[in-house]
Design a protein around this ligand. Structure first.
Ligand code: AMP
Length: 407
């Protein structure tokens, strides 16, 4: 056993796992870029204040924070929207609008670890800055949906809500407590009943929270109140995105407003939420103008879990070519050959253990080599090498110069 283990809630990733993660990451990037988003990166740590300004002092308990050697309070980022807004305020304010940026990075939260919930996890997400037109919000939601679909995921469910409607209803019932938003966010119906039970409109409110279709919404609101979400739905259909109305999405935090959405992978059970996002107003909190902003974050680790659960067959990477020199005098020749092949973009490994041919080829088999190139002094003198197909065991001599044609 090793004396030091990794911190709770963190993970090591094997080469096989990293390969899978990179395949999925690449597909996701491609979809973001096809929608015109460009990647940015921000520091792993920020001033704690950035997150307390955004989410209140309560966030400190959920964050990995520390004082640096000069006494500044820093935090490992728990998410990437606040850092992106800070970056926008500092450097991107003058960029043409709409501004579309996406990011991929590790985030840290002092969460209770379980499957699908880690203390270090990865988010890929984006922000759309400068427009709040219904087609813009619909395009944002379409981006999230298509990024997820583009990974190969089959079973995902998109739910869309409108915080204006939810908040105005809460006001109507006469409760102000932020607690109720938290309870709604957690679908804690008993807790909600406890707060609003007995109040006028309470039953209607519970009915509203469970209202699953747009037409029934009109029972509770005037036509003009539901116009915006209705329009976003129309645009979603134009983007060919299947959706469901969910009036109970609360998104926890105060700075969210307007249209909000979540996407789940039902197969994942308790930690099924893959994506959360919507319209928010953070710039004024950071001292800027109230430019329209919206965005979402995808839980990358959960996407991998969902793909595995669906039995997704990850494409295998191109297999490696293995070079074995016979005898010490052929080692430098092997180096010149692998250097040339690597220069052509071929994945090549050569014997670095001075193994016997038998042991060397056993190793080649174990690492999944599809071809071995054996360099023998006699063949080399004639300008030839031996090519061995590791699957069939067949061997043939080929000209050294022509070898890349066979790999
Ligand atoms: P949030 O920033 O809380 O809206 O989270 C966005 C997405 O990140 C969620 O929908 C999850 O998929 C993912 N996520 C949040 N917290 C964790 C965590 N502790 N471990 C793994 N994924 C997480």
């Amino acid at each position: 056993m090793v004396a030091v283990s990794k911190p709770r809630g963190t993970r090591d990733f094997t080469p096989d796992e990293m390969e899978r993660r990179r395949i999925v990451e690449k597909k996701m990037r491609q979809v973001f870029e096809s929608y015109g988003y460009r990647e940015i990166a921000t520091p792993t740590m920020e001033h704690m204040e950035l997150f307390t300004m955004k989410s209140g002092e309560g966030i400190i308990d959920e964050t990995y924070s520390f004082h640096d050697k000069s006494g500044r309070m820093l935090a490992l980022r728990p998410e990437l929207t606040a850092p992106t807004m800070r970056f926008y305020m500092e450097k991107m304010r003058m960029n043409p609008k709409p501004l579309k940026v996406y990011y991929f990075g590790n985030c840290f939260r002092y969460d209770r670890p379980q499957k699908g919930r880690y203390r270090e996890f990865w988010q890929m997400g984006c922000e759309l800055i400068g427009t709040d037109k219904p087609e813009a919000i619909a395009e944002l939601i379409a981006t999230a949906y298509h990024v997820l679909k583009g990974t190969g995921l089959k079973d995902i469910k998109l739910r869309v809500g409108d915080l204006e409607l939810l908040r105005s209803f809460i006001k109507k019932v006469g409760v102000e407590s932020p607690e109720i938003m938290r309870l709604i966010d957690k679908s804690d119906y008993e807790g909600i009943e406890e707060i609003i039970g007995g109040r006028e409109g309470a039953d209607e409110f519970m009915e509203f929270l469970n209202c699953g279709d747009f037409n029934s919404l009109k029972k509770f609101f005037d036509e003009k109140d539901v116009e915006r979400i209705g329009s976003v739905f129309e645009w979603l259909s134009a983007f060919d995105v299947p959706y469901a109305l969910d009036t109970s999405i609360a998104r926890g935090l105060d700075y969210y407003k307007g249209i909000v959405f979540e996407i789940d992978a039902p197969l994942l059970g308790a930690e099924k939420q893959l994506c959360g996002g919507g319209e928010y107003s953070l710039l004024p909190v950071l001292g800027g103008n109230d430019t329209p902003t919206s965005g979402f974050a995808l839980g990358f680790d959960r996407i991998i879990l969902a793909l595995e659960k669906e039995g997704y067959e990850f494409p295998s990477s191109p297999e490696i070519v293995y070079v074995h020199p016979i005898g010490d005098e052929m080692r430098k020749e092997a180096v010149s050959l692998v250097t040339e092949l690597r220069g052509k973009g071929i994945k090549v490994e050569m014997d670095l253990m001075r193994r016997s041919m038998q042991k060397s080829l056993q190793y080649a088999d174990r690492i999944g080599a599809r071809t071995a190139v054996i360099i023998g002094p006699d063949e080399w003198a004639r300008g030839m090498v031996i090519l061995k197909d590791m699957k069939t065991g067949e061997q043939k001599e080929v000209k050294r110069e022509e070898i890349s044609k066979f790999l």
